[in-house]
Design a protein around this ligand. Structure first.
Ligand code: PMP
Length: 414
């Protein structure tokens, strides 16, 4: 008989909460219940300290300096690249491009891979649940290059209609660009299946991992994707920093998208030559401190273990899904079998913004709106939902506070 699989010890959430200074405060006279993690996550002390340590001891510009501080800053920045390579299990650190966040990562791919390598009639396949940042860059390309967008629909439970998506793939498909996890509904997309099918027709695959990387272990080699995008600030790291992972042979073939210092080999008025990836895509002074802070966040997450984080959040989401069922007139939007981190809902007869405001008075921070995913809102005939989104430090007691506050909304609105 084979030994039973070892389950990781559960996350010690009470201990973990001690690592996040911001959580320990009262808001409007109540203990803060922070359930807006999909918008941005709070930062552990190790990230905050990595930022201030860098500014206190090492601050200098990178790559070009000949002095000690510049050497240290360069080492720390390039070390951060290696840390992110490991976090995503990329094969080579040159496949890690530092960008401002997911939005910039997708725009880089649209402007460089898209503008450089796609032409009229080439097709880009998206889904109806994409964030605006995985729609609009492709629409700009559509206008400019005559690229054709094809959009896979979403089913009633918030899953992507996989059969329909697979049916859109064909000889003209050049790229499939989809969310790994939906920010509006929490749906986890069957990305491996999508990668397999896209590669079978010779298309490349971009995964928008903004909402996946904080919740699931991400292994870009196991996923087999060609591009993977994430935002540091949703991953318990600083704002203004993110990662584009791309296969080295693609980065080598792709033209630069922004010109300036650090991305060149030589410059003359007769013509310039460009640096090798990833520097070819990192024009100008990057967010050095941000990369170092993001590496600290990756260290922190690896220390806790992404599998344990996933298990904790899955249990919490299941608990919350059941618990909100006690609120009369509440309807969940997005009930796909596989979800991560997000509970989106509406309450009959009450506008989501009013719910958000009342919850705020109870100390509960959520998001109310279209979540930058207007097409999927329209798919459900809604202008907005309330979104509670969970992070590794959230607890059942906080879910109970959310549910109690929702009962309060019901009392007020009848
Ligand atoms: N994609 C998804 C799925 C997101 O949730 C977000 C952030 N809400 C983005 C892209 C854009 O990320 P950022 O604003 O950090 O660039």
């Amino acid at each position: 008989m084979s030994a039973p699989a070892l389950r990781p010890a559960p996350l010690d959430v009470a201990r973990v909460r001690e690592d996040f200074p911001v959580l320990h405060q009262q808001v409007r006279g109540r203990p803060l219940v922070y359930l807006d993690n999909a918008a941005t996550a709070q930062k552990p002390r190790v990230v905050i300290e990595a930022l201030s340590r860098y500014y206190e001891r090492d601050n200098a510009n990178i790559h070009r300096g000949v002095h000690a501080l510049s050497e240290r800053a360069t080492e720390a920045y390039e070390g951060a690249r290696e840390r992110l390579r490991r976090f995503l299990n990329a094969a080579d650190r040159r496949e890690i491009v530092f960008v401002r966040g997911t939005t910039e990562a997708i725009n880089l791919v649209a402007q460089s891979f898209g503008r450089g390598l796609l032409g009229p009639g080439d097709e880009v396949v998206l889904t109806q649940l994409e964030h605006h940042s995985n729609i609009v860059p492709w629409q700009l390309l559509e206008r400019e290059r005559g690229v054709r967008l094809r959009v896979a629909p979403v089913l009633d439970d918030g899953s992507v209609d996989l059969e329909a998506l697979l049916g859109l793939l064909g000889p003209r498909t050049r790229l499939v660009a989809v969310a790994h996890v939906s920010n509006a509904l929490g749906t986890v997309l069957p990305v491996r299946r999508i990668v397999e099918a896209a590669h079978a027709v010779g298309a490349r695959v971009l995964l928008d991992g903004a909402q996946a990387a904080p919740h699931l272990p991400v292994d870009v080699q196991a996923l087999g994707c060609d591009f993977y995008c994430l935002s540091g600030h949703k991953l318990y790291g600083p704002t203004g920093i993110g990662v584009l992972y791309a296969r080295l042979e693609l980065l080598e073939a792709m033209p630069p998208w922004q010109g300036g210092g650090d991305m060149i080999r030589t410059v003359s008025f007769a013509g310039s030559t460009f640096a090798d990836p990833p520097h070819k895509f990192e024009a100008g002074t990057p967010h050095i401190a941000g990369a170092i802070g993001l590496a600290a966040a990756a260290d922190y997450l690896e220390g806790l273990g992404m599998e344990r984080i996933r298990a904790h959040e899955e249990a919490l989401l299941a608990y919350a899904t059941e618990a909100v069922g006690s609120v009369p007139g509440l309807r969940l939007v997005g009930t796909a079998p596989e979800k991560a981190g997000i509970l989106s809902f509406v309450l009959e007869g009450v506008h989501p913004h009013d719910i958000g405001t009342i919850l705020d008075h109870e100390g509960v921070a959520v998001r109310a709106g279209h979540h930058c995913a207007m097409p999927v809102m329209e798919r459900f005939g809604l202008a907005a939902t309330v979104r509670a989104s969970f992070g590794l430090y959230n607890t059942r007691e906080e879910v109970d506070a959310l549910v109690a506050a929702l009962h309060r909304v019901r009392e007020i609105f009848g």
